[in-house]
Design a protein around this ligand. Structure first.
Ligand code: ADP
Ligand code: MG
Length: 697
């Protein structure tokens, strides 16, 4: 068998391939364009396109596509073949520079939040040369950004690239203040740990709710769930192992650094962690990972569920966005250094994140908001909806002593001075004991744990990058004019700690006490998507995004519109599915089962003997009581659904979906789950939680 080192990246037009296949001059020009983020000139593009095409055809590709990430959160592609007619009824395989750098998908059905007038419905895609082209399903895929003709971003990649630029611009100013003249770019790096469920295809196909909504709308608690913690890191079942093996191989061919695969807490739940890389590539790779997980699961007669909360009462799936900053000279700026100067720089970057997360709690919360993730946040298995930072006791003590001018640790007699004293190394062990924090410092990076499993990681990183860029901008504005750098730096750090320490919380984030404490501290607790989205358009946030050129006001309005609409659409589909399941399957099943009980009851009576009828009597009466309740609640939901289109304002509509429709769905569910517990197994129309969660043997 071929070794991993041989096939790793074999489907990627990466640096090695470029070096091999491009004339040296073209290669160097391309590298320069990539590094400086400049537009590719057509002559150069023609040479690159030709080399790409030859390489792709040798590898069996017949088509090419501009691969992009519209605001649906998933990827889109439209395939064109390389063929072009040639004399004598033959064809040539062609791919021009123009086709490489720009495409015009007829993309009028993608959400644009009103950004794209119908007369200019055809947005265009532009090659993101910083992310390598790759081959998937015999198609050469070119990672692209997707914009309207007016230049508005219509996708997830464009704002991400802009936010990376904004951050680099400000971070550069700061590293220069510490004398790092050789640095020319600061990138953010991300490692996205991905959780998912695997269930057998046969049970999936019997659940309309999983098919239409990705989650179960009903399901009584199984006798055994995750309480024994026997699944976490447990031995992996052979079928799952075969899936993971194939997944790893396919990811490796695409140059994706899949590193760790293990079982998660819930039965049937698993996780994949890659090695971190530059953020926009991490975002592309995470999209590909999710796509391949679903595709490969099918080949193994399983279904991969990426929904944030497929099962009530069982842990949901999230995504951990490990985030740091790295210079192009290879230094991690969140790594405490060995010298006092490096330490001072580390502390300043740390403070930039603390300040950013405090100032823009609302944006951090919005970045993970969706109808599906609302089920998870605050559900005692995932961080609460309150955003806070975990630093660990050691680092908190250090910040404390800086703020209060007190001595730190046992050895130091004098008070801790920035630029004079060195700090200890914070190993993962001393910083990462807390798994309940939304935003935890883990030794040399932050781990943002609120993301939902199905989300694109772009949103979260756009918010983190832009808000940190703003902190760094304020710091640089102040320090660049300083006459006494060391003492001003000390004061700045001190001031930042004292102004923003309310966001630091090292305790148990799942504890109700924390929610009360957070409220006392004045932290935001935005529980749901309709609660948090309006903050996107608050003046301070509009100012942030427009100043750093990450979103224009029109783009922000569109984002708001699209996300609110998506929320409504999801609840709408769920409500319609629920109505369908209850009316067509559940009520008829209960009615049939009750009839069967009545028959048994009558048969017993007919014998003329004095038989005990208490079981039949109790069950018939309980089930018909529940049926009556259910029928009534169904009528309430049906009439609530009749009013759902009567709202002009999308925010009000979303609130109605949450407060009326969703609330009504919860009531219906609780009755149905009770019915399930009372009904003969074979009379219940759907596989139970137990059957689903333990479906993969
Ligand atoms: P855990 O499961 O304890 O959260 P893992 O070791 O499984 O931790 O995952 C840590 C993730 O953090 C990996 O994806 C790793 O590549 C990533 N990571 C490590 N260093 C950095 C960094 N400097 N920037 C971004 N991500 C990082
Ligand atoms: Mg983690």
């Amino acid at each position: 068998m071929e070794t991993v080192t041989n096939y790793f990246g074999s489907e990627v037009f990466n640096d090695t391939v470029m070096k091999e296949r491009l004339p040296l001059e073209t290669y160097e020009l391309l590298q320069r364009t990539i590094k400086n983020g400049k537009h590719l000139e057509l002559g150069l593009a023609n040479v690159v396109a030709n080399a790409m095409k030859d390489w792709a055809i040798e590898k069996g590709a017949t088509h090419f596509t501009h691969w992009f990430q519209p605001m649906t959160g998933i990827t889109a592609e439209k395939h064109d073949s390389f063929i072009s007619p040639a004399p004598g009824g033959k064809v040539l395989m062609e791919f021009s520079g123009k086709e490489l750098i720009q495409g015009e998908p007829d993309a009028s059905s993608f959400p644009s939040g009103g950004l794209r007038a119908t007369f200019e419905a055809r947005g265009y895609t532009a090659w993101d040369a910083t992310s390598y082209a790759f081959i998937k399903d015999n198609t050469l895929c070119i990672p692209t950004a997707f914009c309207s003709y007016g230049g508005h971003a219509l996708d997830k990649k464009t704002p991400l690239l802009r936010s990376m630029q904004a951050l680099s611009r400000q971070a550069l100013r700061v590293v220069k203040l510490f004398g790092n003249e050789d640095v020319t770019r600061v990138d953010t790096t991300v490692g996205a740990e991905q959780e998912y469920f695997l269930i057998d295809k046969s049970v999936f196909e019997k659940r309309k709710d999983l098919i239409y909504t990705g989650r179960t709308l009903f399901g009584a608690k199984p006798p055994k769930g995750q309480e024994m913690d026997d699944h976490y890191f447990g031995a992996i079942k052979p079928r799952v192992l075969a899936f993971m093996k194939e997944l790893d191989e396919e990811l490796w061919k695409l140059g994706i650094l899949a590193k760790t695969e293990h079982n998660e807490v819930a039965p049937a739940q698993h996780e994949l962690a890659p090695i971190f890389t530059t953020t926009n590539i991490a975002a592309d790779h995470n999209q590909l990972t999710m796509e391949l997980m679903q595709k490969i699961a099918k080949k193994h007669d399983m279904v991969c569920l990426l929904h944030e909360k497929p099962f009530a009462g069982v842990n949901g799936s999230g995504k951990h966005n490990n985030w740091s900053l790295s210079t192009d000279t290879g230094k991690n700026l969140l790594n405490p250094g060995d010298t006092p100067a490096q330490n001072a720089q580390f502390l300043l970057f740390l403070c930039a994140v603390i300040k950013a997360v405090d100032d823009y709690q609302d944006l951090i919360r919005i970045s993970v908001a969706s109808a599906s993730n609302d089920h998870r946040l605050g559900a005692n298995e995932a961080p609460p909806a309150v955003v806070s930072i975990f630093l660990g006791s050691e680092l908190t003590e250090i910040l404390d002593s800086i703020e209060k001018d007190t001595s730190y640790g046992k050895k130091e007699k004098e008070t801790l001075r920035i630029g004079v004293h060195t700090l200890p190394k914070f190993t993962k062990d001393t910083t990462d004991r807390n798994r309940t924090s939304p935003f935890a410092f883990t030794g040399n990076k932050f781990e943002f744990r609120m993301l939902g499993s199905s989300a694109s990681i772009s949103d979260a990183n756009v918010m983190i990058n832009t808000s940190v860029a703003q902190s760094l901008k304020e710091f640089a504005d102040f320090l660049e004019n300083s006459e006494n750098f060391e003492s001003d730096l000390h004061d700045l750090i001190k001031r930042t700690i004292s102004e923003h320490k309310r966001i630091i919380f090292n305790g148990n984030g799942y504890d109700d006490q924390w929610i009360l404490e957070a409220e006392r501290r004045g932290l935001l607790n935005l529980k749901s998507t309709p609660d948090c989205l309006p903050y996107l358009l608050h003046e301070k946030n509009v100012k942030l995004f427009t100043e750093h050129k990450v979103f224009s006001l029109e783009e922000l309005r569109a984002q708001y519109e699209i996300q609110m609409e998506a929320y409504c659409k999801i609840i709408n589909i769920e409500a319609l599915t629920l109505l369908n399941m209850v009316n067509k399957d559940i009520l008829p099943a209960i009615s049939g089962f009750t009839e069967e009980l009545c028959r048994a009851y009558n048969q017993k009576k007919k014998t003329g003997l004095t038989l005990d009828l208490s079981y039949e009597e109790a069950l018939i009466s309980s089930l018909s009581g529940l049926t009556g309740d259910l029928y009534e609640k169904m009528q309430t939901l049906e009439s609530a659904m009749d009013r759902r289109e009567s709202f002009e304002d999308v925010g009000e509509k979303a609130r109605y979906y949450k407060d009326v429709i969703f609330a009504s769905m919860i009531e219906i569910r609780s009755i149905v789950d009770e019915m399930e517990n009372k009904t003969r197994s074979t009379a219940w129309p759907y596989p139970t939680y137990g059957a689903i969660l333990f479906s993969v043997k």
